[in-house]
Write a protein that binds this ligand. Sequence first.
Ligand SMILES: NC(=O)c1ccc[n+]([C@@H]2O[C@H](COP(=O)([O-])OP(=O)(O)OC[C@H]3O[C@@H](n4cnc5c(N)ncnc54)[C@H](OP(=O)(O)O)[C@@H]3O)[C@@H](O)[C@H]2O)c1
Length: 274
Amino acid sequence: MTNDDRTLALNTGALIPRVGLGVWQAPRGAATRSAVATALSLGYRHVDTARIYGNEADVGAAIRESGLRRDEVFVTTKLWNDDQGYDRALRAFDQSLERMGLDYVDLYLLHWPVAGRRLESWRALEKLFAEKRARAIGVSNFLVPHLRELLDHAKVLPAADQVEVTPFLQQRETRALCAERGIVVEAYSPLTRGRKLGHPTVVGVAARVGRSPAQVLLRWGLQRGMVVLPKSTHAGRIAENAALWDFTLDDGALAELDALEEGLVTGWDPRDQD
Ligand SMILES: NC(=O)c1ccc[n+]([C@@H]2O[C@H](COP(=O)([O-])OP(=O)(O)OC[C@H]3O[C@@H](n4cnc5c(N)ncnc54)[C@H](OP(=O)(O)O)[C@@H]3O)[C@@H](O)[C@H]2O)c1
């Protein structure tokens, strides 16, 4: 892999585009449809939704209306916590596909490592994978203990782990285990949900490379080997967040960003999940 590879190979052989549009908190209806349509028209080929975001139908509609072939867009959705368990998971998957108006997803994730149910849920995902209705299956918010347990029990290894990763929360142990086991790491909330865009180091690097703080955080994620999933519903920012391929961060800039680790969790914290 080089810094400029626009896709990563999953352990299924499929390619995942390294910049995906996130749609958490994109309001259902016109706002989500228009964000996805804008992103696709700007060249994004990857959209990350979830049942709990409430906008799967809008994501599906925008993809269907885009004029792109289904196999040109990588679509991820996720199994919500109250749908975990074998039978419930299978039902929830059917409902997600129905809402999206699609007959498969490219990646289906366990949204959270729900204690006592995650292994059973994983068996359901393995069935969906065997049926090719989920072309790849993976997890989200799984840290090392959750991953080790799953790796001990799974027949199909997860293709991806979607976790919060930024220079301020680097998840080094989780990323190391994923690298060792060929699991792609997807960085969620890669812009720190806006909280660190004004950090002096980020702003300083941005000034040096002539890019925005958001682009610096995303480029760090790419150069550290991840998929990044920035969310915006504004066309200008959607464009900015994908304009990442014509500049690089040099070793000095990467080292400055690597030094920002402070355990900053902006959302959910899976460290407390048994
Ligand atoms: N698996 C999980 O548990 C999980 C958890 C959280 C997130 N995610 C995924 O990751 C995606 C992204 O994470 P996120 O939504 O939490 O946060 P994020 O992408 O880090 O930040 C989004 C925030 O930054 C703003 N923004 C976007 N681009 C910007 C730019 N270029 N300059 C300045 N501000 C900008 C957005 O505002 P506007 O929209 O107003 O532009 C929004 O307020 C989610 O949408 C979801 O798909 C997954």
